[in-house]
Design a protein around this ligand. Structure first.
Ligand code: ADP
Ligand code: ZN
Ligand code: ZN
Length: 712
């Protein structure tokens, strides 16, 4: 008997085919089955999807339909909940279900043919058998603090979703470990997912989870999923999760789509981190999808942070005020005498002009070095200097392809554009006037490191055992940023050097500010954080506050030395409320003030936003497309009666207006109602597609919708 199967395949983002294609099959295959199907001249991976409404078969000429090429028998069908997650994500973020579904599957499933895959599955089954748990091991465990025990008890009792608001170093990771442990002990098939914002935070988390759970559940109990893995590793992890063999999946945002048939718990660590938002293709928020998925699958959801996103903080207000999340607080650091670092503001108005390190900060670092303690200096800009400049004619190292300056990298004497990658040797003289005396303006981490080495050249470390340095050894400075960690394994190696005490002063970008459990740092300094105070992005203060809190959180993590730990802020605005709140470690006060401002200005979380971005060779074309689509939207809203509650703002150039010779424009759409915004966007899709076919769409390179955008 012949069957007609709806099959989801990866369709290009802007083809009009949004739903499944129909194929012929001799076998009835369940929805969720992975199949290979012909498309044009190729044979590609597809997922048998849920039939929508009437069987299409009656409308189609069966002779014209192509048969499927085969099904991947060794792999169980994807669950209804997984399919529902994909359907929701696609519709919420305005992409095709095929794109979302296929992007969520490991690349090797797409690339291997049926025979190769069968071989993989066989190998996989063997390792699964081999890795039997060894219950004889004693598993490591710690005595929980009262705050941890209290948090776990509430987590156990209530339904959630939960926001774990725990200070840096309050032992949130232990709460995660414990709740997973409790779940797995009670439910012999349950699975848990733990997400972290960045790949470089996965190794330390992996180590802690494996140490805790491998002895109990075998070597396949914990698997990772992130984009830093090889395709073969990713397939292996995915299969382990999909088959239920893996009990815990650790990963970055992509893990939210992992196929886990018995998912009962989802943990999102550092839930405030912008990295949870995907920045291309389907621009989903893994944090938000985690909450949705939890509800869908009946899994508990735990979001954790010392500086929650204002959205999550707002959701966790008391239920009587409309809050939907349960807020659990862990305000204290682990350890009897543990304290949060003292925040010291240096008023740069009263320091020597143009000094990078104010004398008091420098002295504080020197004292640390002399005592054998570590310091961390952080600046959110890599490279030597952001601009090269000619004082004679005012030439600056602009990128010819972008509206940005090329950054001077001294180490290889290049000018590099951080947006398009355009790289040139540093010119010997000013390209405009021939002046041989061109100089760097401003500074990045590379220059900061060099400068600090000069300033600390006379300082000696104590307790030297080396004969080479009878008066003590010179200061050891290390730098960690995207430039020093390009090679695989380099970051972990450098972090290991910091942990083992081979570094006295660590210089770096935000890479070093997050997550790491440094034990011997007693001073953290932000040398020039002021820029973000006056950014046009309404989320800039929220980001700055959380970054500085996180950075401060790297200091004094060992209770024995936490008493003398300090966070230094060099600023021209020491009385700024943001720094006042930071000094008191008072996130709730900061959040309350920000939320008040947001409410008055009707900004998220009190309104909902979407951006449409357009790219073209000229601004006129990019903006013209958006303006035409906006006009068409007005007609559409009138016709479909969704006029109220939607505000369309005029098209404007993006703040990074030109990248790699492409002009970029955007348009903001706002609504006090999430549902109204969703209805509008869904209806508007067809209008956007149609506008592209109009004269106004001529010359347009691409457009995309970003729902709940993080940067405006
Ligand atoms: P957070 O994630 O909240 O910043 P961590 O979970 O990294 O904090 O914990 C900070 C430190 O305290 C870690 O070194 C951890 O091993 C330790 N720790 C956590 N819970 C306990 C406990 N109950 N007893 C002793 N040490 C603990
Ligand atoms: Zn010049
Ligand atoms: Zn460029």
């Amino acid at each position: 008997m012949t069957h007609w199967l709806p099959v989801l395949v990866h369709t290009p983002a802007h083809s009009q085919v949004a739903g499944p294609l129909t194929y012929r099959s001799e076998l009835a295959l369940a929805a969720g089955t992975l199949v290979r199907v012909p498309l044009g001249k190729r044979e590609i991976l597809g997922v048998v999807w849920d039939a929508a409404g009437d069987p299409v078969s009656s409308l189609l000429d069966p002779e014209k339909l192509r048969p499927i090429a085969g099904s991947l028998d060794g792999i169980a069908p994807l669950t209804p909940a997984w399919r529902q997650l994909v359907t929701f994500a696609a519709s919420y973020y305005q992409r095709s279900a095929g794109e979302v579904a296929l992007a969520a599957l490991p690349p090797q499933l797409r690339d291997l043919n049926t025979l190769q895959l069968a071989r993989r599955l066989k190998k996989h089954a063997k390792t699964a058998d081999a890795a039997l748990p060894d219950h004889s091991n004693a598993i490591e465990s710690v005595a929980l603090t009262a705050e941890q025990a209290g948090a776990i008890a509430r987590f156990d009792l209530e339904a959630g979703p939960f926001l774990l608001f725990g200070a840096t170093g309050s032992g949130k990771t232990e709460v995660y470990l414990h709740s997973v442990q409790q779940l797995l002990a009670r439910d012999p098939s349950a699975q848990a997912m733990v997400m972290v914002p960045e790949i470089n935070l996965t190794p330390q988390l992996e180590a802690r989870f494996m140490a805790r759970f491998n002895p109990l559940y075998g070597d396949n109990a914990v698997v990772s999923l992130h984009s830093g893995m090889t395709p073969a590793q990713r397939l292996k992890s995915w299969l382990a999760a999909h088959s239920g063999l893996a009990r815990i999946v650790l990963g970055t945002r992509m893990a939210v789509f992992a196929s886990m048939p018995n998912l009962k718990l989802i943990i999102v660590d550092e839930e405030h981190d912008p990295s949870y938002k995907q920045q291309e293709g389907a621009r989903y928020s893994a944090r938000d999808l985690a909450v949705y998925r939890g509800r869908l699958e009946g899994a508990k959801v735990l979001l954790g942070s010392a500086t929650p996103s204002l959205e999550s903080w707002h959701h966790s207000r008391p239920a009587r005020e409309g809050g939907r999340y349960v807020r659990i607080e862990m305000p204290s650091r682990i350890g009897a005498n543990a304290a949060l670092p003292l925040v010291r503001r240096v008023d740069m108005n009263h320091q020597p002009k143009k000094c990078v390190f104010s004398p008091p900060l420098l002295k504080a670092i020197e004292e640390r070095v002399a005592r054998g303690e570590q310091s961390m200096v952080f600046l959110n800009r890599r490279g030597y200097a952001p601009v090269l400049h000619c004082a004679d004619c005012d030439w600056k190292s602009e990128c010819p392809h972008c509206s940005a300056y090329r950054v001077f990298h001294k180490i290889d004497r290049t000018l590099r554009c951080h947006h398009c990658g355009y790289t040139e040797r540093v010119p010997r003289a000013c390209p405009a006037c021939g002046n041989p005396d061109i100089a760097p303006l401003g500074r990045g981490t590379e220059r900061l490191e060099e400068h600090l080495a000069e300033l600390l050249a006379h300082v000696r470390r104590p307790n030297s055992v080396s004969e080479q340095w009878p008066e003590g050894e010179p200061v050891r400075i290390a730098r960690i940023d995207a430039d020093t960690t390009k090679l695989k394994g380099e970051l972990q190696a450098q972090l290991a050097r910091v942990h083992s005490g081979e570094v006295d002063v660590l210089v770096g970008t935000q890479m070093i500010a997050k997550g790491h459990d440094f034990r011997r740092i007693t001073l953290v300094a932000a040398v020039s954080p002021d820029n973000a105070l006056f950014s046009s992005d309404f989320r800039a203060p929220e980001r700055l506050f959380s970054l500085l809190m996180q950075a401060a959180g790297r200091a004094g993590r060992d209770a024995d030395i936490s008493g003398q730990s300090e966070m230094w802020i060099q600023t021209f605005h020491p009385k700024h409320p943001l720094f006042e709140a930071l000094k008191r470690h008072d996130y709730p006060a900061f959040a309350a003030e920000q939320l008040k401002e947001r409410e008055q200005a009707a900004m998220p979380p009190f309104s909902f936003q979407a951006l449409v971005r357009a790219e073209a060779r000229t601004q006129e074309v990019a903006q013209g497309f958006l303006t035409a689509a906006s006009a068409a939207a007005a007609d559409m809203m009138e016709a479909e009666h969704i006029l109220p509650h939607i505000t369309l703002y005029p098209a404007v150039p993006m703040s990074m207006q030109r990248v790699a010779n492409v002009e970029r424009a955007q348009m903001l759409i706002e609504s006090p109602s999430r549902a109204a915004l969703q209805r509008f966007l869904t209806a508007w899709q067809a209008v956007l597609h149609a506008t592209r076919q109009q004269p106004e769409g001529k010359g347009l390179i691409r457009w995309a919708v970003d729902v709940d955008p993080l940067a405006i």
